[in-house]
Design a protein around this ligand. Structure first.
Ligand SMILES: NC(=O)c1ccc[n+]([C@@H]2O[C@H](COP(=O)([O-])OP(=O)(O)OC[C@H]3O[C@@H](n4cnc5c(N)ncnc54)[C@H](OP(=O)(O)O)[C@@H]3O)[C@@H](O)[C@H]2O)c1
Length: 246
């Protein structure tokens, strides 16, 4: 039977590319994001490419925390169950501390940390009742170290990764798997304005790697694996004088 996955942030970038990748692999998809028109366009295109595919769409703002459980339940009902949550919705604003940009920092934490936690919380409630499930959370290599202008983003991603590791221990022996993904640079609208994007991979390539990691139920991985699996831990040891130049 085909696997059923709910993707948050499916209207663009990694979430969108993963929807295309998994539709090709026969998954049933519930696509969510704030922009319903973008989701409907993706659904219609996927149905043209894969006429037998199951693709449902639901608008979801992960910051509207109280609405998240109902949307997760509606997706599960539409798909006739749920096997995987891909908690991916996020923003990348970037701001300096002490420059009157606290509103952006707050929005980043509300979306990338609290919104992600709200989504995971709702899906875990469903999985506990069902007796099985798989949570996949999109964190970032930025969460490995404190980069200038990325304080709120890095804090949100490091916080989400820790939250997921705590969850893994909590649901141990409950047949619920937890995967923590830490992308490096994947080519999406989130980062296409940056001057430097080391070891960049396309969204399509990144999505294919992520699909493989989901299917293997890896506990944790960088995306791509190489060279970030080596660089990630090393980055933590960089002196502040070097990090300050980033
Ligand atoms: N690209 C990279 O190199 C990279 C690296 C590390 C981590 N990541 C993480 O990967 C995830 C996806 O990013 P991306 O690169 O694919 O960026 P993207 O192309 O900008 O996509 C972000 C997605 O998140 C959705 N989103 C944003 N705010 C939302 C909210 N409040 N509620 C629901 N959905 C929301 C957007 O849809 P709507 O605007 O329609 O809501 C969009 O579908 C993010 O969590 C990001 O931090 C990306």
């Amino acid at each position: 039977m085909s696997k059923k996955i709910l993707i948050t942030g499916a209207s663009s970038g990694i979430g969108r590319a993963l929807a295309y990748e998994l539709a090709g692999r026969g998954y049933a998809l519930a696509l969510t994001a704030r922009r319903l028109d973008a989701l409907e366009e993706i659904r219609d295109d996927l149905k043209t490419r894969h006429p037998s595919a199951t693709v449902v769409v639901h608008p979801l703002d992960v910051v509207a925390y109280d609405t998240v459980p109902d949307v997760v339940a509606a997706c599960a009902e539409d798909l006739g169950g749920l096997d995987i949550l891909f908690a991916n919705a996020g923003i990348g604003l970037g701001e300096k501390v002490g420059k009157g940009r606290f509103a952006e920092a707050r929005r980043t934490i509300e979306t990338n940390l609290l919104g992600a936690m709200a989504t995971v919380d709702a899906a875990v409630a469903y999985f506990l009742q069902q007796g099985s499930g798989h949570i996949v959370g999109v964190c970032s290599v930025t969460g490995f170290l404190g980069l200038p202008r990325m304080g709120s983003y890095g804090a949100a991603k490091a916080g989400f990764a820790l939250y997921l590791k705590s969850l893994r221990a909590e649901v141990y022996r409950k047949n619920i798997h937890v995967t923590v993904l830490n992308p490096g640079y994947i080519d999406t609208p989130l980062n296409d304005m940056l001057k430097s994007r080391p070891f960049l991979v396309s969204a399509e390539k990144g999505a294919a790697m992520i699909a493989g990691m989901i299917e293997k139920k890896v506990k944790s991985s960088t995306v791509p694996v190489w060279p970030w699996c080596i660089l990630g831990p090393l980055l933590r040891w960089l002196p502040t004088s070097v990090i300050a130049r980033f």
